[in-house]
Design a protein around this ligand. Structure first.
Ligand code: AMP
Length: 417
């Protein structure tokens, strides 16, 4: 086959029709289940102001320092959204969503952009679904957010997962921990990776997330944040664990779990799958009690998670889980001759308005080729019409799976559905 002159950008993937059916199934499931949890969908623009993402996620995070697609046009700085928590918080503040009363329970589905080095489970345009609860500091919100995340994977049949949780405390606890961590790392500062050296002063917590070989010995022996939590943070963390147990959700505590964005406070969690290989995180999230204020709103506690949809689909493939149905159509009208073709075209709207999916040949093919096409399209039934059928007002109605035929009027055919 001739090579295409134009291709997608590196790490950006076309989702072709056979794949789209899986995506639609997944998206429908997410919407339906979010509705059961009483969450409302929010949709924000693909592009945001660069400053929002820099302020929201943190200047020194990998995403902001290395991975954003940003450009300017006139006076404005645009960034392709790398995640949706900061944009949702922006929308919450901009539209005073807090004034709707109660906590805002929002969900989203959509594409995100990060200029990472592509590999299996890591793309430059990828998709996430996620939840955000704004306006609740109660551990019930943390537990419900985690419960929804697990629920989606369970519902699909991905059960072999590990939920890791941690508390990174409030700023007071975290400041104490940062000092202890720096004291631990300082004697070996020269042996740390360059990235970690850079993070040492401004953002030492991120060193715990380093994948660099030379950092590992110092991470393994580092003090743990849970020893530095103040009473409020300990209480919150204990409640989250208690509620998860109440819900029958098992978890592993990982005191070195820190997440990729600076906005997190208190609860942090990640869902890991052994079926994914190197990129083993299915989803992750946590509390971000200070972000709304950081972005210019009133102090508003919040918690959420984001899940990678490509990784969910990879896990399905590994586990042999098939999402969605095969391509199919209810009726294929097979015609012989011009008059029959015109008749067929005129019946399509009638079938469709009765809730029956229907199609016919668009290529002027022979009857035999049309039957073949009906099979290829996985038609459940064919209506076969030639000059005689038109004259008599009775048409061959063929059940394609049973290979059985009847001669029926068009009204009788409609009555079959
Ligand atoms: P994050 O927003 O970084 O917390 O990521 C949440 C989830 O999104 C991860 O657990 C992954 O499943 C998914 N994810 C993040 N980055 C990518 C990427 N570049 N390609 C595919 N999935 C990703």
């Amino acid at each position: 086959m001739a090579q295409s002159k134009y291709t997608t950008h590196l790490g950006m993937v076309d989702i072709l029709p056979d794949e789209v059916r899986k995506w639609q199934y997944l998206e429908n499931l997410i919407r339906q289940e979010a509705h059961k949890f009483n969450f409302e969908e929010i949709r924000t623009p693909i592009m945001e102001q660069t400053e929002l993402i820099v302020r929201g996620l943190g200047q020194l995070t990998d995403i902001v320092s290395k991975e954003i697609f940003a450009f300017s046009r006139g006076e404005d700085n645009y960034v392709l959204r790398p995640e949706l928590t900061a944009p949702v918080v922006r929308a919450y503040v901009e539209h005073h969503l807090g004034q709707r009363g109660g906590s805002q329970k929002l969900f989203y589905i959509g594409p995100m952009f990060r200029a990472e080095r592509p590999q299996k489970g890591r793309q430059r345009q990828f998709h996430q679904f996620g939840l955000e609860v704004l306006g609740s500091s109660d551990a019930v919100a943390d537990a419900e957010v985690i419960a929804f995340m697990i629920h989606i994977y369970n519902k699909i049949g991905i059960k072999n997962t590990t939920l890791k949780i941690n508390s990174i405390g409030d700023p007071e606890s975290r400041d104490k921990y940062k000092e202890a961590l720096k004291a631990h790392l300082k004697p070996n500062f020269d042996k740390l990776s360059d990235v970690s050296k850079k993070r040492f002063e401004k953002n030492p917590l991120r060193i715990l997330d380093s994948k660099e070989e030379e950092d590992q010995p110092f991470i393994e022996t580092a003090p743990v944040i849970t020893d530095f939590l103040n009473d409020d943070s300990v209480n919150h963390y204990n409640k989250v664990k208690d509620y998860l147990s109440e819900l029958g959700i098992s978890f592993e505590e990982d005191p070195y779990l820190v997440r990729g964005m600076d906005y997190y406070t208190q609860t942090a969690f990640e869902l890991i799958s052994p079926d994914l290989g190197a990129q083993d995180a299915l989803a992750g999230g946590g509390r971000y009690d200070l972000l709304v204020e950081e972005i210019g709103g009133q102090p508003t506690p919040a918690v959420g998670f984001a899940a990678g949809m490509e990784r969910l689909l990879i896990a399905c493939e590994e586990l042999g889980i098939v999402l969605g149905d095969e391509k199919s159509v209810d009726v294929y009208i097979v015609t012989l001759g011009d008059a029959a073709r015109k008749w067929g075209l005129a019946q399509l709207p009638k079938l469709r308005s009765n809730g029956i999916s229907a199609t016919m040949d668009y290529m002027g093919r022979s009857m035999k080729a049309q039957m073949k096409d009906a099979n290829r399209e996985n038609a459940r039934f064919a209506i076969i019409v030639g000059e005689n059928e038109l004259k008599e007002g009775k048409f061959t109605f063929r059940n394609m799976t049973e290979s059985e035929e009847e001669s029926l009027t068009f009204d009788d055919i409609l009555g079959k559905f």
